[in-house]
Design a protein around this ligand. Structure first.
Ligand SMILES: [Mg+2]
Length: 260
C-alpha cells in the first residue's frame, strides 16, 4: 500500500505569526519558523503541532510554499520528502537538490522576465519614496541570481491601503502582461505566469506517477493562489479561517439567502 501524498501550503495554513494567533485568540505552542535574525516568528498551535506530527508519521508530506529555499530552511518542521518552493519556481528532491529538469525549464521561461522584473522594482520603489509611503519592493531570486518574482510589503500594517493604491495606479499605467498578481494582507506579489504552484505540482505528480500508481493526493492551502495546486489533488481542504474559506463561506451564504 502506498502512503498518501499531502501537499501542504505552510504560512497561514499550518502555522502563523504571533500577531495572527492573537487575532484568533489562540496560543502559540511551538516555534514553527525563524526570521532572518533567527528569532522565532511563526508558531504552531497545539492542534497544528499534533496534525503535523500525525501527517509526517503517516504520509509523504510535500510543502508547497511561496517561501524561497533560504526562507524554507528556517522552518522548524522535519520535512523529509520533495519540496516545492518560491511559488513553484523550485522543486527539490528528498536529498535537498533542485530537480534539474524543472530548473532548466524555469530558467528558460524566466529569461525574458529578467529586465521587466528589475524595471518594475525600480518604478515601485521610486513611487513609494516620492509619495512617502513606507513600503518596500523586493525581487526574490533563486538558482543564484535568477530573478523569480517581485513582492511589496508595508512597514505599517495599518496603512496597507497606501501600498495598494500605488500598486493599482502603476499596474493601470504600465500594465501587467505576463504576470498574475497575488494579494493577501500585507503582501502584493507580481509573479510571472510560468511561476505557479499548480504547474510545479503538475510536473511533480507526473514525475512521481501518482495516478498510475494509485497514490492518493490530498492538498491543504489557505490562499486563492493555492487553488492552482489544490484543484489537482484528489481531495483538498483549507483552514477554518483564510482567504479561500472566506470566499467559500460568502458564496454559500449567498446561495442560502437565495434559497430562503
Ligand atoms: Mg498560505
Amino acid at each position: 500500500m502506498s502512503k498518501p501524498i499531502y501537499l501542504i501550503d505552510l504560512d497561514d495554513n499550518v502555522f502563523q505569526t504571533k500577531h495572527k494567533l492573537e487575532m484568533q485568540n489562540k496560543k502559540a505552542f511551538k516555534t514553527a519558523a525563524l526570521d532572518r535574525q533567527l528569532k522565532p516568528i511563526s508558531f504552531l498551535t497545539h492542534c497544528q503541532s499534533n496534525f503535523i506530527d500525525w501527517l509526517l508519521k503517516n504520509a509523504d508530506v510535500i510543502p508547497v510554499t511561496a517561501r524561497g529555499t533560504e526562507e524554507t530552511s528556517r522552518v522548524d518542521i522535519k520535512f523529509n520528502s520533495w519540496k516545492i518552493m518560491t511559488h513553484g519556481a523550485v522543486i527539490t528532491n528528498p536529498n535537498g537538490n533542485p530537480d534539474s529538469d524543472w530548473k532548466n525549464h524555469i530558467s528558460k521561461e524566466l529569461s525574458r522576465y529578467q529586465d521587466v522584473l528589475h524595471n518594475k522594482q525600480q518604478i515601485l520603489t521610486k513611487a513609494f519614496n516620492d509619495n512617502n509611503v513606507k513600503a518596500w519592493a523586493r525581487i526574490n531570486y533563486e538558482y543564484n541570481d535568477l530573478a523569480i518574482y517581485l513582492v511589496t510589503k508595508h512597514t505599517d500594517r495599518m496603512l496597507l491601503h497606501e501600498m495598494y493604491d500605488i500598486a493599482d495606479k502603476l499596474d493601470k499605467k504600465y500594465g501587467t502582461d505576463g504576470f498574475y498578481i497575488h494579494r493577501n494582507g500585507n503582501n502584493i506579489a507580481w509573479i510571472p505566469k510560468c511561476i505557479q504552484k499548480g504547474l510545479a505540482v503538475e510536473f511533480l505528480l507526473n514525475k512521481l506517477k501518482t495516478e498510475e500508481k494509485g497514490i492518493p493526493v490530498i492538498g491543504f492551502g489557505d490562499s486563492i493562489s493555492d487553488h492552482t495546486f489544490l484543484k489537482q489533488c484528489d481531495w483538498f481542504g483549507m483552514p477554518k479561517s483564510g482567504q479561500i474559506t472566506s470566499l467559500l463561506n460568502c458564496q454559500i451564504a449567498k446561495l442560502e439567502q437565495k434559497n430562503d
